[in-house]
Design a protein around this ligand. Structure first.
Ligand code: AMP
Length: 395
């Protein structure tokens, strides 16, 4: 059984064809610049190719992907009959979706009611579903939501201290994101640490260009650092994370800009990029800080300090922790970020193994045997998680 995993952005369509039994990735790629000039990056085994081709819309993009997958030379399957289901990544499922679902017309309508909450992402995700449904109408399409895993949070974690009607009228509350990753990584963390997932207290630190931390008790998310949108919480590549909300009016008045302009700045020009003026990539920040750039050092320190604060908060929220995981780009690969975080966690008895912390991108125990809480690298794999959910619902 082959599952095609599709992740549509407003001008991109990422895909992976995964064998559901062996979990082997047969082919993967990215259609970029949809609506502009168009380009497809495609990888099958060790063969990589780059095709400049017109991609006027998502429908054309998916039909070119299907052509590539079945191409006599570059393809990995003989015919489209060898694609047995499609799993779609959806950013926002609001309160309507606490788990993945098989898509039909009613489900699409329900998803559309969540568009207000993710106006940049959800419409693009839906475009992708419709394009794939038209191209492959006979198979099942499954929607897997970034927010679903966090629907188990209790009201005390998801409610903001705002007038109640903003929640009841508009759904203003914490939803949380990266749910597929937090779910996948926490399950694997429990296995690696020899814990019963249904009876464990886990903290997962997803530190990529977007970053979030979650507290998972007995297999259920009980708190997470991203909020109604992915802007809340940690300092990220370009996102500010937590700020005093009164700053918004203050800056808008001083700079004579609108709230939407400032929201764009908070999303795209803040975080370590805005603080340092160097880059949104943590590697560049670390290199610049090593060269004595004070702003880059401050950006690194803010990033790390906030991770430590959230872990501390979730340690208390959970009443302790049985294991902690680092995942995503910097979590899996940056010894510097992990070292600085673990050094800040000595108060809860965490001790880092210097040698182990040199590891990158592989499952590894980073803490010493006498560390009060074991700390692991657990590489995330959101596409595989989507493929598993899809196989579970489609067959
Ligand atoms: P992701 O969003 O999970 O793909 O993560 C991408 C981010 O991970 C990049 O923007 C980098 O900032 C960060 N990253 C990847 N490798 C390293 C590394 N070795 N050191 C520091 N940051 C890294």
């Amino acid at each position: 059984m082959n599952i095609l995993v599709v992740n549509c952005g407003s001008s991109s369509l990422k895909f992976q064809l995964i064998d559901a039994e062996t979990e082997h990735v047969k082919a993967s790629g990215n259609c970029e610049r949809i609506g502009l000039d168009g380009r497809i990056l495609y990888k099958a085994g060790s063969d990589k190719s780059e095709l400049e081709t017109a991609l006027p819309d998502h429908a054309v993009a998916i039909s070119k992907v299907l052509d590539l997958l079945t191409d006599p030379e570059k393809g990995v399957i003989q015919s489209l009959d060898e694609i047995h289901a499609i799993g779609h990544r959806l950013v926002h499922g609001g309160e309507k979706f606490a788990s993945s679902v098989v898509v039909d017309e009613n489900i699409i309508k329900e998803i559309e009611t969540c568009n207000d909450l993710a106006p940049l992402h959800n419409p693009a995700n839906i475009l992708g579903i419709r394009a794939c449904q038209r191209a492959m109408p006979k198979i099942k399409h499954v929607a897997v939501f970034d927010t679903a895993f966090h629907q188990t949070m209790p009201p005390k974690a998801y409610l903001y201290a705002l007038p109640k009607e903003y929640y009841s009228k508009y759904g203003v509350r914490r939803y949380g994101f990266h749910g597929t990753s937090h779910s996948f990584v926490s399950r694997r963390l429990a296995e690696l640490a020899g814990l019963d997932y249904e009876n464990s207290k886990l903290i997962v630190c997803h530190i990529g260009s977007g970053a979030s931390i979650s507290a998972i008790k007995n297999g259920k998310s009980v708190d997470t650092s991203m909020g109604m949108t992915p802007l809340e919480g940690l300092a990220m590549g370009t996102r500010s994370g937590d700020i005093d909300p009164a700053i918004i009016e203050f800056i808008c008045q001083k700079e004579n800009i609108s709230v939407s302009e400032l929201t764009m700045i908070l999303n795209k020009k803040s975080g370590v990029l805005g603080m340092s003026g160097v880059s949104s990539d943590f590697r560049d920040i670390i290199a610049a800080a090593d060269d004595g750039n004070e702003d880059a050092q401050n950006a690194f320190d803010v990033l790390v300090y906030r991770i430590i604060k959230y872990i501390g908060a979730y340690y208390m929220a959970l009443g302790g922790a049985d294991a902690i995981a680092f995942t995503a780009g910097a979590g899996e690969n940056s010894s510097e970020v992990r070292k600085a975080v673990m050094e800040g966690l000595s108060a809860i008895g965490i001790k880092m193994d210097e040698e182990a912390n040199k590891k990158r991108g592989e499952e590894a125990l980073l803490s010493t045997p006498d560390s009060k809480v074991p700390v692991w690298i657990v590489p995330t794999n959101e596409e595989l998680a989507i493929a598993r959910e899809t196989a579970h619902l489609a067959f």
